[in-house]
Design a protein around this ligand. Structure first.
Ligand code: IPT
Length: 958
């Protein structure tokens, strides 16, 4: 600490320059020109990531003695200071403890990092030059209340304002704007701590005295779907404030959360504030980008995990329409591993600190229509202090609901809330049939409450899988009001490689990359968008699963129907246009717009479309009907034409008469066999296919484990125990049978007898095609010893497999894929809703999904036809009439498995093609349930059939 730094005359000419708002660890990762430094040269300490545990010794309320401290000085000039005027210095967010001096006079100190703090600057302020000095400590008693799962970062990270308050200025105002859905009336009451009047010209309100209730006929209410705001002012003698009034009424009716009389469904996300370069300091455009991305992906709700966000974010929620659970800046999770001993939530000495936090949140955000629920905090255990926070909140603002997840008895909240409960448990809750809890009174209270999943579907890495199973439950049981996916964004920190010939390649750092002694690795990268806000496949899937309009096509020999379920809570479907399109193997045949009557909110409607296809021309191939619901006009920041939902139906497959290709007999050669354009060696390995020299196809059961595979249920451990990542292959037999070359193989790992038998039946045709029919059968023991008493007991578990298929190497270099199958993005068996049947094109680069920690990705499902094209003109065609899973990558699964960051992945000179019959589901076991039973892959006998054709020739499969 610097003696006398707060004095106006202090010489700071040698000090560093720091951007405010900003977090000093993030700012210090760059030099003065903004260029990234090597971590060893970081200027102001380093970020550190822990999830649950504190990153300092638990010795409450003492912070560690080694306490990084930042001292800030800022000069400003005021022309004049009017007598009688008060001046307030307002800090919107400082992490974690700070003291403020103005012109050498101490104004006070504060904690509560993500809450505003105000200081009276009147006495110290002067006309002319002023010097503001602020000392910020990284650690404080407050840090014990701020153990959120995120980077520990410090500094003045939100704006600072100097506010002039003339005599008669408004200190506090509270807008109550109710809506009566039976009469359509609004009821307005604006409370103010000084005499003031309300003007809302649009409603004909002029000079309405504050404190006087006022009824208005024909109000357009505020909802997240119809974010109607009425602009107005609140005018006192000393000040005029702008108002944005949204009329709405939040109530629990018969155990159901209602707004304006209608039950509501949350299609939500947990949002932390994050930017890969500035951390929790966000500019307005980044906040707007979040809101617009959410709106475009059918998201209608945000839980501000786990602290009140920058207030401007809530302005945007009011404006564009998002339901908000505003959460207090409170988490004491690190006491959990210590048995909750000394937990501040249950210790009266912490009561004032906790009350102060909830009061500052409610007072700051109480005028925002988007906020419908106050959350007391996250993972802070149980305790009377939380009850006291809830009681104060209910008293101060009876018009909103109260949430806290950490106490399962839910005695003082309005909603029963849980995180990561399995679909089975959620179903029980939906039926009010969850297991009884100890306290009978609390049990019966909780059982009457509406339910939300405040966190579910952990979006870490590749996933989450299994979203639609939750959504079906939300549709079925009125007690269930939906949920909030964990979480919105990966908190990766932008870094560049410093070693190797291609140093300077960007990647996103996670826990452990800054030398932290205690950290939680890439658990910080668990969002639906990548750190740069590119949507991950998980977000695209979530959009499809939560689409507010559900459509289902049904075709019987004499009837074609479309069922439309309008899942909006308030809007009818007149905001949408429905278009349709018929194609045969993606060759367009007919299209048009459906003329449908508006379907009211929360109802289902069925239309008969028999006439639709009456005049449609026909063509060979898969006849696919696609219906889309798109926005009919611009709506809440989302442009007209934007797709909200789609559905598809395969009507039929028309086979065109064509000449059956004739098999060509295998020719024995000195080195093996030739089959048409294919050459096999003496072991029956394919070594040449036209102008391609493939690396021989092998059975492939391995995928680079996803974060979910590595999660709670130990899939990865079981797979490694079986040796699936190190299979050894042996050719048992290889012989010509009639027109076919038949190769028998067995694949198993060192030390194991369990594996797979393969019978590879190769046939060449005069069309130039080479067909592979691969019959697979499990052999030996394919269970794992995880159930062995030495490992914890229980019977051996039948193993699952990561996947079941083959892989082969192809020439490297620039290449692309055209395919007819599901796309355009990746899909897996429990994450298929966003994928549509169509023809797609992507470069090899575009086929890869850059998960922050490399892992399995890029699978395209149900691929019927594909063509890999190299820049030099070579082509490999594939066809698999029943569809296969396909990936094409410039590195192996083993390389992805070994990589820690995206920058560790370097093309190895080969293009690796995998063709799979099936994958194990994704699940969300990194913090939640594993793939559901119907999505688990067990070893079984199966047949993979695929045709290859090298070169562009007539009659090629694709
Ligand atoms: C839950 C936390 O509330 C959240 O902050 C985050 O850490 C999430 O888990 C996992 O990413 S708590 C967990 C113990 C269920």
């Amino acid at each position: 600490m610097t003696e006398g730094f707060q004095e106006p005359g202090f010489d700071d000419s040698a000090w560093d320059h720091m951007r405010v708002p900003g977090l000093w660890q993030m700012e210090g990762l760059r030099d003065e020109n903004g260029d990234l430094l090597d971590v060893s040269e970081a200027r102001f300490g380093l970020p550190a990531y822990t999830n649950v545990v504190y990153s300092f010794p638990v010795d409450p309320p003492h912070p560690p003695e080694d306490n990084p401290t930042g001292e800030y000085r800022r000069e400003f000039v005021l022309d004049s200071v009017a007598p009688g005027t008060r001046w307030v210095l307002r800090f919107e967010g400082v992490d974690s403890h700070f003291t403020v001096w103005l012109n050498g006079t101490e104004l006070g100190w504060a904690t509560g990092s993500r809450l505003p703090a105000e200081f009276d600057a009147t006495e110290a302020l002067r006309a002319g030059r002023n010097v503001l000095a602020v000392r910020v400590h990284q650690w404080s008693a407050g840090s014990y209340l701020e153990d959120q799962d995120m980077w520990w970062l410090s500094g003045i990270f939100r704006s600072v304002h100097l506010i002039e308050r003339r005599p008669g200025a408004i200190g506090d105002h509270f807008v109550h704007a109710d809506f009566d859905h039976r009469t359509g009336e609004g009821l307005l009451l604006v409370e103010c701590d000084v005499p003031a009047v309300v003007d809302i010209p649009e409603l004909g309100i002029t000079d309405l005295p504050a404190g006087e209730p006022h009824r208005i006929a024909h109000i357009e209410p505020w909802t997240a779907e119809t974010p109607r705001l009425y602009a107005g002012t609140l005018r006192s003698e000393g000040e005029t404030l702008t108002l944005a009034v949204g009329f709405r009424t939040v109530r629990i009716v018969d155990g159901t959360i209602t707004v304006n009389g209608s039950p509501i469904r949350f299609r939500g996300v947990n949002r932390h504030e994050w930017h890969p370069e500035t951390g929790r300091t966000l500019d307005l455009e980044t906040m707007r980008a979040d809101v617009l991305l959410m709106k475009r992906h059918n998201i209608n709700a945000v839980r501000t995990s786990h602290y009140p966000p920058d207030a401007r974010f809530l302005d945007l929620c009011d404006e564009y329409g998002l339901w908000v659970i505003d959460e207090c800046d409170l988490e004491t999770h690190g006491f959990g591993p210590l048995g909750w001993k000394n937990n501040p939530s249950a210790d009266a000495r912490w009561r004032d600190a906790l009350m102060d936090r909830v009061q500052r949140m409610v007072e700051r955000d109480k005028n925002r229509p988007s906020v419908v629920i106050w959350s007391m905090g996250n993972e802070a255990g149980e305790g009377d202090n939380i009850r006291a926070m809830a009681e104060w909140t209910r008293h101060r603002d009876p018009d909103r609901l109260i949430h806290y997840e950490g106490d399962y008895d839910s005695p003082y909240v309005d909603v029963y809330s849980r995180m990561y409960a399995s679909p089975d448990e959620v179903a029980l809750i939906g039926m009010h049939a969850e297991p009884r809890t100890a306290d009978a009174a609390a049990d019966s209270h909780r059982r009457r409450l509406p339910f939300i999943l405040c966190e579910y579907a952990h979006a870490m890495g590749n996933g989450p899988g299994g979203l639609s199973e939750y959504e079906e439950l939300f549709d079925r049981y009125p007690r269930l009001h939906g949920g909030f996916v964990w979480e919105w964004i990966d908190h990766g920190i932008l870094q560049k490689t410093t070693e190797g010939p291609d140093a300077g390649r960007p990647f996103y750092a996670y826990g452990g990359d800054f030398g932290e002694t205690v950290h939680d690795g890439n658990f910080i990268a668990d969002g639906l968008v990548f750190p740069d806000r590119t949507p991950s496949p998980g977000l695209v899937e979530y959009k499809a699963v939560i689409a507010p309009v559900g459509m289902q096509l049904e075709h019987t020999p004499n009837r074609l129907t479309l069922r439309i379920r309008n899942g909006f809570d308030f809007l009818d479907t007149s905001v949408l246009a429905f278009d349709w399109r018929l194609a045969a193997d993606e060759v367009p045949l007919a299209d048009g717009i459906l003329d449908l009557p508006p379907v009211p909110a929360r109802t289902t409607h069925e239309v008969v479309l028999d006439d639709l296809l009456a005049d449609a021309p026909s063509a060979g191939g898969e006849q696919v009907l696609t219906v889309r619901a798109v926005l009919a006009k611009d709506h809440n920041g989302v442009p007209a034409g934007h797709e909200i939902a789609f559905t598809q139906l395969i009507l039929a497959t028309h086979h065109e008469p064509r000449r059956e290709p004739v098999p060509i007999r295998p020719q024995h050669t000195a080195g093996g066999w030739t089959l048409g354009q294919a050459v096999f060696n003496a072991h029956g390995e394919l070594v040449q296919l036209g102008d391609l020299a493939p690396l021989s196809p092998r059975l492939d059961l391995w995928r680079a484990p996803t974060d979910n595979d590595r999660g709670g249920n130990g899939q990865e451990r079981a797979w490694r125990e079986l040796g699936l990542h190190r299979l050894v292959h042996r050719t048992v037999d290889c012989a010509v049978h009639g027109e076919q070359l038949v190769v028998d193989t067995v694949s198993r790992a060192a030390g194991r007898d369990g594996g797979m038998l393969g019978r590879w039946t190769w046939t060449a045709y005069d069309s130039g095609d080479l067909e592979l029919k691969l019959d697979l059968a499990p052999v030996g023991r394919l269970d794992t010893d995880l159930g062995d008493p030495r490992h914890g007991g229980g019977p051996p578990q039948p193993a699952t497999l990561p996947k079941l298929g083959i892989r082969l190497g192809l020439p490297g270099g620039a290449a692309s894929l055209d395919w007819y199958g599901y796309g355009p993005g990746e899909s897996y068996r429990d994450s298929t809703r966003a994928a549509r049947l169509g023809r797609f094109h992507a470069t090899v680069d575009e086929l890869q999904t850059p998960y922050v920690r490399p892992q399995e990705n890029g699978n395209r499902s149900g691929v019927r036809k594909a063509a890999i094209r190299w820049a030099d003109g070579r082509v490999l065609h594939l066809s698999a009439p029943t569809g296969v899973d396909l990936s094409l990558r410039p590195w192996t699964a083993e390389a992805m498995d070994a990589a820690r960051h995206t920058s560790d992945l370097v093309p190895d000179g080969t293009l690796w093609l995998t063709l799979d019959l099936a994958h194990h589901g994704l699940g969300s076991a990194s913090c939640g349930p594993d793939a559901l039973p119907q999505h688990r892959l067990h070893a079984h006998s199966a047949t993979l059939t695929v045709r290859f054709h090298a070169g562009d020739t007539e009659g090629a499969p694709a």
